[in-house]
Design a protein around this ligand. Structure first.
Ligand SMILES: [Zn+2]
Length: 467
């Protein structure tokens, strides 16, 4: 039995692992690598194995750095089933179609632009995959509920348990039986912070021979979660005092629904006045619909709200915006309001238009609430640069920029350690992935002190391990 780490090694993107056991080749995660454009394109285009030789794929959650390259895998010959749970299937169907759409329109724009500027011999830009490929991939999804152990092959049993990170996010347990041996491989997926407003806490791990654990914030502590609504309330009030607008770049999955939930709470308790709130992201609207369809994944408090006919994702002063005309009309609003729009890193989507229109006024606030990769517009805002570039034009940042990491969807160092200490049984080998080296090393040092019997490794890309 053998495990090879083909992605998210000493970095946070491009998760991909190959498991060879019981005569089968099982790929778990098939994420997009996101970084510098050229390197990303190369990494995503070709696989370090033959896609047609993979028997099964297993997916922990729908985020694109875990699922984004599945249509390409299918396009290049993977014919088997993609196992995940029900909400992940629904979310991934939306997100893969969206990813294909973005690629198709980006390529069309580049090709048109090259024609326009007379670069007739420039290579034709082609998407990695199209909406048709994404649709084909979703036809290969097979979904299973949480906590139902199922056999994908003779000797390979898979169980999904809740990772509390986004809707449908799972830890994956592989029980492998070969030649009279039983090996348990546990993959944490991305782990949530726990005590989430909407989702359940991550499930403690059980007795793993090998544990692969994420380490995104292995060396960092977030603001306490209990302070999140209070901070948000202050930021809203300060912006209203200036008669300004609050612009929130937010990821379509998870963060947007969290903001809507928190604004709902603050309005209900009259901590903030009823002002117009707009969610301007068609993907976020569709994702919110998927949330509504999966109450089985909510925590007890959210289910209690639903039982009382309260919609945690709706308010009478909240408008979901689909069409681009309605989106453009938001520019004409002069009165204070809140606009939530994607993407969270401000690299694509409608948020860039809202930033362009509102960044130049000291009345307004831009609220950054998530991880932004280096070299993104979001990162420039977090660094509080006095000038930023939007659509090739330079803008003075006069709006105030606030940071709020208490809504992070990833566990911090204490929460990762807490997850380990709640786990039962022993963890033989712990592989730390999905984190920059400094974050993984900080976590490794701490785990070594608290769990001296475990062997801890921070694997390099394409490292293999005999199980
Ligand atoms: Zn994730």
């Amino acid at each position: 039995m053998k495990l090879t780490i083909h992605g998210a090694a000493k970095t946070v993107t491009g998760s991909m692992y190959l498991l060879e056991a019981c005569g089968k080749r099982v790929l778990f995660e098939c994420g997009f690598f996101q970084g510098k454009r050229k390197e990303s394109l190369e990494r995503n285009k070709s696989f370090p194995f033959k896609p047609s030789e993979i028997d099964f794929t297993v997916l922990s959650h729908a985020h694109i750095d875990h699922s984004g390259n599945l249509p390409n895998l299918v396009k290049q010959g993977f014919k088997g089933p993609i196992f995940c749970n029900h909400p992940t299937r629904d979310l991934a169907a939306l997100m893969l179609a969206d990813s294909a759409h973005i690629q198709e329109s980006d390529c069309a724009y580049i090709n048109q632009h090259n024609q326009k500027i007379g670069k007739k011999n420039a290579p034709i830009a082609e998407p990695l995959y199209t909406r048709l490929d994404a649709q084909q991939a979703t036809q290969q999804f097979m979904s299973v509920a949480y906590s139902r152990a199922f056999d994908i092959a003779d000797g390979i049993t898979v169980t999904f348990t809740d990772a509390g990170h986004i809707l449908g996010s799972s830890e994956i347990t592989f029980d492998l039986r070969e030649g009279g041996r039983h090996v348990r491989l546990v993959f944490s997926g991305d782990l949530g912070r726990g005590h989430n407003d909407i989702l359940r806490d991550p499930t403690p791990f059980e007795d793993a021979d090998i544990l692969i654990m994420e380490s995104t914030y292995g060396g960092r502590l977030h603001e306490p979660q209990e302070t999140a609504n209070g901070r948000l309330c202050d930021i809203v009030k300060r912006t209203l005092d200036r008669r300004g607008k609050l612009i929130i770049p937010a990821f379509s999955v998870g963060r947007t629904q969290q903001f809507v939930y928190s604004l709902h709470e603050l309005t209900k308790t009259r901590s903030i006045p009823k002002i117009p709130i707009y969610v301007d992201s068609p993907l976020a609207i569709n994702v919110t619909e998927v949330f509504r369809m999966h109450p089985d994944c909510f925590n007890a408090a959210t289910n209690e709200m639903l039982r009382h006919n309260e919609n945690p994702f709706g308010l009478d002063n909240l408008t979901y915006i689909r069409s681009s005309d309605e989106s453009k009309a938001l520019n004409d609003i002069k009165a204070p309001c809140i606009i939530i729009s994607a993407s969270g890193m401000c690299e694509g989507g409608r948020i860039r238009h809202h930033l362009r229109n509102n960044i130049g006024s000291a009345k307004n606030t831009i609220l950054m609430a998530g991880f932004c990769a280096p070299n993104t517009l979001g990162a420039a805002l977090i660094e509080r640069r006095p000038k930023v570039n939007i659509f090739g034009e330079e803008f003075d940042v006069k709006a105030s920029v606030e940071m709020l990491d208490a809504f992070s969807a990833h566990a911090d160092q204490n929460e990762l350690m807490g997850q380990l200490s709640r786990s039962t049984g022993s963890m033989g080998t712990i592989l730390l992935t999905h984190g920059q080296v400094d974050q993984a090393e900080a976590l490794a040092n701490l785990i070594q002190v608290k769990h001296p019997k475990s062997r801890i490794r921070i694997p390099d890309l394409h490292d293999s391990l005999d199980l």
